[in-house]
Each structure stands twice: as structure tokens, then as C-alpha cells.
Design a protein around this ligand. Structure first.
Ligand code: PAF
Length: 290
């Protein structure tokens, strides 16, 4: 692949470019994004480049995964800035399609993810994961990557995508990449750009409470831990917890005490004003009260 980055807008152009690369035995890595890129996305691209010969990153704000039209409307869009950041970081191909290119007709597919979409984001944002699966499957059919890279901030999304790949029998490895945080502890997210200065200043409180909670897991049962997290986050008048859940890291089964021997993850969704932030942290079994 030449070192100059290519920005392509159509499926046919992308397929042609990738066919050339695949013919010569090159492996393809893929990072799907909705743009407004930050260091978290760049860390996915870096991993992608480490694993694969050709890196493809898509920028597409997918309308079918927004269950709130206002959220779709205000989602940040910074394509020119994104392209230059990607060029500086050695991305090979950027796929930047229009809505018509991805959805020439309405996508009426309904995925059945069963239990994993019945909790947390699935419960609070009806239709969200169906929309994610629609777009990611379409992108996977176009790119046909060997590996695709996703950030663990969207912990439940990774489980959904793994399940989707299994349902559709796609030979694609899903690579999970760690959450990237600001120095303050705030998990990087494109939505952080929408926070007011005051909300931005207070949002790191979410991670500091989650960190405290991992230490407390040795001392208090799950129900109390959840209550503690909610109470402590909500003490900050700029934040309001929507949910706190403790789930098994593999199955996403909701944990009611006692803590299992397997790894668990604490997941939260918190409103900072109108902006909804999600975050999570792992509790290692050795840290938990049994
Ligand atoms: O995580 C995201 O940014 C989106 O949900 C994704 C995977 C790019 C699908 O639109």
C-alpha cells in the first residue's frame, strides 16, 4: 500500500482498492468510527496497523443507531480535521460514504441478540444495537477485513458485534482495545466535545468513583457497591446516573451477590447535562468479596 492516504466515498471504489491489496496476499484491518476522532480512535488505528498490512478506517454517522433525533443532530462532525489526523497517523484508506451510499434503501433487518441486548444500553436505547449491527455488518460485507478493532469503552457493543459475526458466520476477528483516558481520568469519547466547560470539569468524577469502587469490592457486596457508585456520582450536581450495573465480563450476566470467581465489569451511563456518557471498569476476582 502506498504511504499516501486515500479517502474514498463509494463502495465500488473501496472494494476495487482492497481487491488489489488482497490479491497480493495483504491482510486488511478495519476500524469503524463515527468520526470526530480523538486519541482513542488513533489507538485503534495503531493496533490495526500493528496487526494488519492495510488499514481501513470508516467515518460514518449512522442514523439507524440513534434512538434520539436530537442526539443524531448534535453529534459532532469534523471530517477535515479527522482526515488530517488520520494522514498524520499513517492510515491507508478512509471510507467516508454518504447515507445514500450505505442505505440506498431502508435496512429492515432485525437482529436477535437475545439476553445481551436486554440490559444496560440495550434496555435504555431501544433499537440502538440493531442499528449498530445493521451498519457494522454492511461495512464488514464491503471491507471484508481479517480483523476489526473496537474500543472497550463500548463494552456491550463489543459483545453485540461478536454475536453478530457469529450469527452471520463472518470470518472476522474482533479485537478489543483498552479504554483511552484523559489525564483527568475521563474516558475519551467524541461526545466529550459537546460538554460545557463545567460539565467537562466534573465528568472525571465518574472514573474516580469507579476506581474507588474497585477497591471497595473487597469489602461490600454487589448491591451495596452499586448503590455506593450511584450515590457518589450523583453527589456531584453536574452529573446524574442513569444506570449502574455489575456484569460478568464474558456473558454479561448481571451479578447479584456473591461476586463470581470470574472477572466482572462495572458499567455506568451518566448524564452530564444533556450529554450521556458511558464508562466501565473491571473488577478482578482477586479484588472481590467472595
Ligand atoms: O462505536 C461507534 O463509534 C459506532 O457504534 C460504530 C461501531 C462505528 C457503528 O456506527
Amino acid at each position: 500500500m502506498s504511504s499516501t492516504m486515500k479517502v474514498v466515498n463509494t463502495k465500488s471504489e473501496l472494494i476495487e482498492l482492497l481487491e488489489e491489496a488482497k490479491k497480493t496476499g495483504k491482510t486488511v484491518g478495519f476500524v469503524p468510527t463515527m468520526g470526530a476522532l480523538h486519541e482513542g480512535h488513533i489507538s485503534l488505528l495503531t493496533e490495526c496497523k500493528r496487526h494488519c498490512d492495510v488499514s481501513v478506517l470508516s467515518i460514518f454517522v449512522n442514523p439507524t443507531q440513534f434512538n434520539d433525533p436530537a442526539d443524531l443532530e448534535r453529534y459532532p462532525r469534523t471530517p477535515e480535521k479527522d482526515f488530517s489526523l488520520l494522514e498524520d497517523n499513517g492510515c491507508n484508506i478512509v471510507f467516508y460514504p454518504s447515507v445514500e451510499e450505505i442505505y440506498p434503501e431502508q435496512d429492515t433487518r432485525k437482529f436477535d441478540f437475545g439476553y445481551i441486548e436486554s440490559i444496560m444500553e440495550g434496555a435504555k436505547r431501544p433499537g440502538h444495537f440493531n442499528g449498530v449491527a445493521q451498519v457494522v455488518s454492511k461495512l464488514f460485507y464491503i471491507v471484508k477485513p481479517d480483523k476489526a478493532f473496537f474500543g472497550m469503552k463500548d463494552f456491550q457493543q463489543i459483545a453485540v458485534i461478536k454475536k453478530m459475526v457469529e450469527i452471520l458466520k463472518m470470518p472476522i476477528e474482533i479485537v478489543e482495545c483498552p479504554i483511552i483516558r484523559e489525564k483527568s481520568g475521563l474516558a475519551l469519547s467524541s461526545r466529550n466535545k459537546l460538554l460545557s466547560d463545567e460539565h467537562k470539569k466534573n465528568a472525571p468524577h465518574i472514573h474516580s468513583i469507579l476506581k474507588k469502587a474497585t477497591n471497595l469490592a473487597t469489602e461490600i457486596p454487589t448491591s451495596e457497591l452499586k448503590e455506593f457508585i450511584k450515590k457518589e456520582i450523583d453527589k456531584n450536581s453536574y452529573l446524574e446516573t442513569e444506570y449502574v450495573e455489575i456484569v460478568d465480563a464474558e456473558t454479561l450476566r448481571v451479578i447479584t451477590e456473591p461476586y463470581p470467581e470470574t472477572k466482572t465489569v462495572v458499567c455506568v451511563a451518566v448524564y452530564a447535562g444533556k450529554i450521556r456518557l458511558i464508562d466501565n471498569i473491571a473488577i478482578n476476582p482477586s479484588n472481590a468479596q467472595h
